[in-house]
Design a protein around this ligand. Structure first.
Ligand SMILES: Nc1ncnc2c1ncn2[C@@H]1O[C@H](COP(=O)(O)OP(=O)(O)OP(=O)(O)O)[C@@H](O)[C@H]1O
Length: 269
């Protein structure tokens, strides 16, 4: 299998803003690999360093030690083979849905007309054909997330990095979006690194679920293959016996770390 993303021996140490002498090692000894076309989720206690790892993969943060390779090449600067979708709203309020989706293409030098055709096509794929002229404030949260998804995918990245992209949505909209993401992923088979708090979501979507330990010095401490056949309906598979078995096995590892994570936070507070 071609390796799309490979983090080897990655550690990230931050210097405290208030006390420059103080250092905090968020993640340490992290080895994490995502194959081309593979869907990998990372779960872990709050504050363990999941977003930190995603930022490292995106090239937004250089690791203090270790290496990051993208399709075998050392990553320098921004990861141009990757598209990102973060938890926060990423739309420009002064641009229509269409203009939001086509912006990235235009920044890359695609002529306006061509960019609009591709952006329209992606809006249609995410179920928003006909909504291209709406502004973000004229759309629901779920619709805005669809626009964000189109905005990420229109650039045709080989690697998709997602940090809790659906956490702000109500459960029904969330399930719709998860199924849509799976449909698109199934058709395009990109490498996905998906961060979530939600173990159900991680299992439902992924080929593999990686469990991070509680910080400081958080590292992957479990790597579970999700051998549930595809295509999947995220709502339906949650009642299958294999899903429940996998959930129990992963939760047995994750639970301890979540408890440790809470203890850590209490200490910090
Ligand atoms: N730029 C920074 N400077 C100092 N500390 C940081 C910085 N970025 C992250 N940290 C610390 O590193 C740790 C990991 O943060 P990170 O946001 O990666 O965790 P997370 O697992 O994504 O958290 P959550 O699940 O709550 O979103 C936290 O303790 C955080 O306070």
């Amino acid at each position: 299998m071609t390796v799309a993303l490979n983090l080897q021996g990655v550690a990230c140490t931050f210097v405290s803003k208030d006390q420059p002498g103080q250092r905090y090692t968020a993640v340490k000894d992290v080895n994490l690999m995502v194959g081309a076309g593979e869907f990998v989720s990372v779960v872990g206690p709050t504050g363990c360093g999941k977003s930190t790892l995603l930022n490292v993969a995106a090239g937004l943060l250089a690791p203090s030690t270790g290496s990051v390779k993208v399709f075998g090449q050392p990553l320098q600067g921004i990861n141009k083979r990757a598209g990102y979708m973060f938890q926060a709203e990423s739309l420009m309020p002064w641009r229509t849905a269409l203009a939001n989706v086509s912006a990235g293409l235009q920044f890359r030098g695609v002529p306006e007309e061509q960019a609009a055709i591709q952006a329209n096509e992606w809006l249609r794929r995410v179920g928003l054909g006909g909504f291209g002229d709406r502004y973000p404030h004229q759309m629901s949260g779920g619709m805005r997330k669809r626009v964000s998804l189109a905005q990420t995918l229109v650039l045709d990245p080989d690697i998709i990095l997602m940090d809790e992209p659906f956490s702000a949505l109500d459960i029904q909209t969330r399930q719709l979006m998860e199924n849509e993401l799976l449909d698109i992923w199934q058709a395009k088979k990109k490498a996905v690194l998906f961060i979530t708090h939600d173990l159900d979501e991680a299992i439902a979507l992924s080929d593999r679920v990686v469990v991070m330990s509680a910080g400081p010095g958080s590292r992957p401490m479990g790597d579970f293959t999700i051998d549930i056949e595809r295509p999947r309906d995220v709502a339906e598979i949650k009642t299958t016996s294999r899903f429940l078995e996998l959930h129990a096995a992963i939760w047995a590892v994750l639970r301890e770390e979540v408890l440790k994570g809470y203890q850590q936070q209490l200490k910090v507070a």
